[in-house]
Design a protein around this ligand. Structure first.
Ligand code: SAM
Length: 277
């Protein structure tokens, strides 16, 4: 199977009189060299279930099918693209299923059949990239490895470490469940239309010791980074009037600031907060 035999993506957009809509966060990748690189970054997906969010004109969809995804479930919110994508279902030999709808509301486990595990690969719509990631971080055993394109600034916030400018809630939450690495950057000019900023593909693989209570971690990181320049004994007062006792229980200096606290420290803080409630 070779996607080079298909009509070009640009010709398909023209034939269906389709253009990018800002409200759907549409920036298309029309160069198969780049979509194949994203598919390769996802590892060996041959014969494995994959979810793609926002197939749009189908450039990444073609690459994922070439790489052997089976089944490939592609969830697209913009119904204008459905007629363009339909021929790919036949080309895929039935491996591709297009789902029309909003990925934020999708019940992915039900789409695959419960008990199965699916990789997620997507050139994400930037306006919902972060809420989708948080949804998947909280997901059950159905969710496998994730290979996701974000605005570079968001990618750096996901992989940041204590002391980095980009270190904050998103890094702590993402790294509570996953090991996160930037796979490669993609310049703005690679997209049609070009966004204002550079993008990057992030690989997220499950860690052996995931932290279970992401809701508690969300609450303590919201408080801690809500006033990130303040000492934690002040910043955490929105959680409890007795922030010093909470910090002592977590073995964290009350004068420390959120940006200095590592994954283990935030886990201890979330545990201590839960125990105090
Ligand atoms: N995968 C295509 C590519 O790489 O050329 C398109 C990527 S474009 C950045 C994002 C895609 O996600 C668009 O097709 C857009 O319509 C779709 N989309 C936007 N919001 C969505 C949502 N909430 N659920 C599902 N798809 C969405």
């Amino acid at each position: 199977m070779n996607a080079d035999d298909l009509p070009s993506l640009r010709a398909e957009l023209e034939a269906h009189d389709l253009w990018a809509k800002k409200s759907f966060g549409q920036h298309f990748l029309l160069d198969l060299n780049i979509t194949r690189r994203i598919a390769r970054a996802a590892g060996d997906i041959a014969g494995k279930p994959v979810i793609e969010i926002g197939p749009g004109p189908g450039g990444l969809t073609r690459a994922l099918l070439e790489a052997g995804a089976d089944p490939l479930i592609a969830i697209e919110k913009d119904p204008r693209f459905l007629p363009l994508l339909e021929p790919l279902v036949e080309w895929s030999g039935g491996r591709l299923r297009i789902v029309s709808g909003d990925a934020l509301e999708a019940d992915e486990a039900a789409l695959f059949g419960r008990g199965r595990c699916a990789a997620i690969v997507s050139n994400l719509p930037y306006n919902v990239g972060t809420p989708l990631l948080v949804k998947w971080l909280k997901a059950g055993a159905w969710r496998g490895e994730m290979t996701l394109m974000f605005q570079k600034e968001v990618a750096l916030r996901i992989v940041a470490k204590p002391g980095d400018d980009a270190y904050g809630r998103l890094a702590v939450l993402a790294q509570a469940r996953c090991t996160a690495k930037v796979a490669f950057s993609v310049p703005a000019r690679a997209f049609t239309p070009a966004p204002n900023v550079e993008s990057a593909v992030v690989r997220l693989t499950d860690r052996a010791d995931p932290y279970a209570d992401l809701d508690a971690l969300e609450r303590v990181t919201a408080a801690a980074f809500g006033q990130r320049r303040k000492m934690l004994r002040s910043a955490l007062k929105v959680l409890t009037p007795d922030a010093e006792t909470l910090l002592r229980a977590a073995k964290i200096e009350p004068t420390a600031r959120a940006e200095e606290i590592d994954q283990a420290g935030f886990r201890a803080l979330a545990d201590a907060w839960r125990a105090m409630r």
